[in-house]
Structure formats: structure tokens, C-alpha cells
Design a protein around this ligand. Structure first.
Ligand SMILES: *Cc1c(COP(=O)(O)O)cnc(C)c1O
Length: 354
């Protein structure tokens, strides 16, 4: 740290992203929940030489076409959507904009929430998940802070049913409820329609997981017009051009190609169910994930850490969280069926070597 760095950041511990190896040719990369399929052909075709030449101009700061397309897709109005540079940036602006009350969130969830809270000086209350890694909404009853919940949640991939979310919103009309729906397209039910009824609900979406655009950096927020206006106030005080030209086009085209979206997500769901089934057969405890990852472990023959390390030696990268509650498991991102078959084969090899 230089002698110029503000002392207010003394306790800031930055987020540590999952490993992004430079060369992935011989690697089975199952660690950061990216989509195994390339973006839609329509995206690829739309990013033409002409569009690249237009990079000499600033992008549309209002993301008009992208936001119109997204609003139509989600059956909300243009004034109910906001897009930003990855949902990480959207979340950062939320923690910044709505920091007065502080935030409550689960002990095990997306690691960035606590980093943003620290960066923007928001107080936090950490609410432990149940022993089975599910969220008990009653645990949030006597807290006055805003609530942020990832649904489905990582690492187990479990989801809160819509009626539970509805109860949470209704019980807490004076607190903002943020539902991070990064993994919603893989089988759980969205709370987006509830944004028309409740002004204390904000939904966060990303194009990184179900739209194959992790490298494009695009995320969104959906909510009451006044919440969206607040996010725009922050954005226009920080970086009005936060979504670049090519990403605005890529996002628009990705939404419009519904057929490809349906195909890729159903392939991932099939591969996930296959993986759960095979892992259970091999003797692992497997959570009933509704996301594009599976959390598995507690095997008689191998610890979570050893399994992670042995996979690494065989060029398979998964995610291992070395915390007391997570250390017996690994988190495996779901790729194509073929890649998941390879993963299961390698796991069988590892178990046989024991
Ligand atoms: C992946 C993920 C994000 C980040 O998405 P980006 O749009 O790539 O920044 C946010 N929240 C959760 C829960 C995620 O899993």
C-alpha cells in the first residue's frame, strides 16, 4: 500500500475471483459458472466490422435499444430496467446507493456482498444458512437492514420459492429486498413480476451465466421506477458510458435469440441432472441445485480438499472454499453433457486410485 492510500480502506479485503487460466486448451474449466456454449450466432454476426469502426464514438449512455429489448422480454416498462458493466457493477451501485440502512445476507453466498459493504461503508448482519444450506426467511425478522439474497444461492444452488420471497417483501415494507437472480434461468422461478406490485424489491440479473456473455460484462436491475432512477443517479455521477457499444449490441442480440437461449439452458439443465445422478451413484452427498453448478462432497474415501487437488492435477479446475461449513465439498460448474461425462470418468479414476 502506498502512503497515499486512504486510511478508510485499511480493513478492505478485495474479492478474489476464481482462477482464470491463460490457456484453457487442455483444461476442463468448471470453476466460475460460465456458460459452456459460445454466444448466439446473432451476437457474433452483429459485432460486424462496421460496429467495431464505430468504437470511435461513445456508446449510448441510456442503453436505449438494449433496455427496451430487455424490458419487453421481462414484460416490464423501459423505466423499470437498468443495465450496467456486469452485475458486479450493478450490485456495487446498489450497495453505494442504498447503504444507509446497511445490509443483511447469508453467511454463505456470493463473496462480493461483504466486499461491497466494506467498500461503501454499509453495516452488515450476517445470517447463517440452516444446516442444510437453505435460507430461513424468519431469521431476517428482527433485523432492520436491507436484505440481499442470491436466488438460487451459491454454493449449494438451493432456491427460495416465490411465495417465501413474497412473504419476505411483505413483512419488510420499509427495507429494500434485493434478489440476485444470476442463476434464475436454470430452473427456479423469477420474482420479476413482483416488482410491479412492490416498491421495495429490486431484482439483479447477469448476462454472464445463461447468456454466454461473461467476457462482455453486462448485468441488469429490474424494479420500481424510483429505484432505477437512484441507480442512474449513481451511474451518471460515476461513469455514464459504463456499458460499451459492442456489449450493448451483444446483449440486445442475445435476448432476441430466444431459440438458442432455450436450447443452451435446457442442455445445461440436462447436464446438471446427469451430474447430480452420477455423483450420488459414486457415493457423494449432492445438493439439489437449481443453478448451473453442483455442490458435492462428504465422500467416505476422499476429503473435499484432496478431491479438489487431485482434479487439479488432472487438469480439471473446480471451486473449493476452505471455510468450516464448505470445506467438505467442491463446487462444480456445469458444462456440456460430454464434458460432464469426462468429469465423471476422471472422478471415477480418482476414486479407483484410492
Ligand atoms: C456470477 C455472479 C455475479 C456476477 O455477475 P457478473 O455480471 O459477471 O458481474 C453476481 N451475483 C452472483 C450471485 C453471481 O453468481
Amino acid at each position: 500500500m502506498s502512503r497515499f492510500f486512504s486510511t478508510k480502506f485499511d480493513d478492505l479485503e478485495p474479492y478474489v475471483p476464481g482462477e482464470q487460466p491463460g490457456n484453457i486448451d487442455n483444461v476442463l474449466k468448471l470453476n466460475t459458472n460460465e456458460n459452456p456454449f459460445p454466444p448466439s450466432k446473432n451476437v457474433i454476426n452483429a459485432l460486424s466490422e462496421d460496429e467495431i469502426c464505430r468504437l470511435l464514438l461513445y456508446p449510448d449512455p441510456y442503453c436505449t435499444k438494449l433496455n427496451e429489448t430487455l424490458a419487453k422480454e421481462l414484460k416490464v416498462d423501459f423505466n423499470n430496467v437498468y443495465t450496467g458493466n456486469g452485475s458486479d457493477e450493478v450490485l456495487a451501485f446498489c450497495f453505494y446507493a442504498f447503504s444507509d440502512k446497511g445490509f443483511a445476507f447469508p453467511d454463505l453466498t456470493y463473496g462480493f456482498y461483504s466486499v461491497f459493504a466494506s467498500l461503501f461503508n454499509a453495516e452488515t448482519t450476517i445470517v447463517p444458512l440452516r444446516d442444510d444450506f437453505s435460507i430461513n426467511i424468519q431469521d431476517y425478522d428482527n433485523i432492520t437492514k436491507n436484505i440481499i439474497i442470491s436466488n438460487p444461492n451459491s454454493p449449494a444452488g438451493l432456491f427460495l420459492p416465490l411465495d417465501e420471497i413474497k412473504k419476505l417483501i411483505e413483512k419488510n415494507k420499509d427495507r429494500l429486498i434485493i434478489i440476485d437472480e444470476a442463476y434464475i434461468d436454470f430452473g427456479a422461478e423469477t420474482a420479476v413480476p413482483l416488482t410491479k406490485i412492490y416498491d421495495n424489491l429490486l431484482i439483479i440479473r447477469t448476462f454472464s451465466k445463461s447468456r454466454s456473455l461473461a467476457g462482455g460484462r453486462l448485468g441488469a436491475a429490474i424494479g420500481n421506477e424510483s429505484l432505477i432512477r437512484d441507480l442512474n443517479t449513481i451511474k451518471f455521477s460515476f461513469n455514464p458510458y459504463n456499458v460499451n457499444r459492442l456489449t450493448q449490441i451483444a446483449g440486445t442480440e442475445a435476448i432476441k435469440d430466444k431459440e438458442y437461449f432455450e436450447y443452451t439452458r435446457s442442455e445445461i439443465i440436462k447436464a446438471r441432472e446427469y451430474t447430480k445422478y452420477e455423483m450420488k451413484k459414486l457415493g457423494f452427498s449432492v445438493f439439489d441445485s437449481m443453478a448451473n453448478f453442483v455442490f458435492a462432497g462428504r465422500h467416505d474415501k476422499i476429503s473435499g480438499k484432496e478431491y479438489f487437488e487431485k482434479l487439479r492435477k488432472k487438469n480439471v479446475i473446480v471451486r473449493y472454499f476452505n471455510t468450516p461449513r464448505e470445506k467438505d465439498y467442491i463446487r462444480i460448474s456445469i458444462a456440456t453433457i460430454k464434458e460432464m461425462q469426462k468429469f465423471i470418468d476422471i472422478t471415477m479414476e480418482i476414486l479407483q486410485e484410492k
